[in-house]
Write a new protein. Structure first.
Length: 74
C-alpha cells in the first residue's frame, strides 16, 4: 500500500487550504459589496452549497440596490 510521508502531506494540506481560501475570499468580497454579511462567503467552501449561493447572489435583489433605489426616490 502506498503511504504518504510528511512532505507529501504538507503539500496536499497547503493545496487544500489555498483552494478553500481561493474560493472563500472572492465570495466574501462579493457578499460584502452586495450588502449581505461577508461571512456568507464561508458557504463557498461547502460543495453544492456554493452553487446554490452563487445562484442566490445572481438572482436575488441585493440590499445595496434596494438602498440605492430608495435613496434615488427620496
Amino acid at each position: 500500500m502506498f503511504q504518504l510521508g510528511l512532505p507529501e502531506l504538507i503539500v496536499i494540506s497547503a493545496t487544500v487550504i489555498a483552494s478553500v481560501l481561493g474560493a472563500i475570499i472572492p465570495f466574501w468580497q462579493i457578499s460584502k459589496k452586495a450588502g449581505y454579511h461577508p461571512t456568507l462567503g464561508i458557504l463557498s467552501a461547502i460543495p453544492l452549497v456554493n452553487v446554490v449561493f452563487f445562484y442566490f447572489l445572481a438572482f436575488a435583489e441585493w440590499p445595496v440596490m434596494k438602498d440605492a433605489r430608495f435613496n434615488s426616490q427620496a
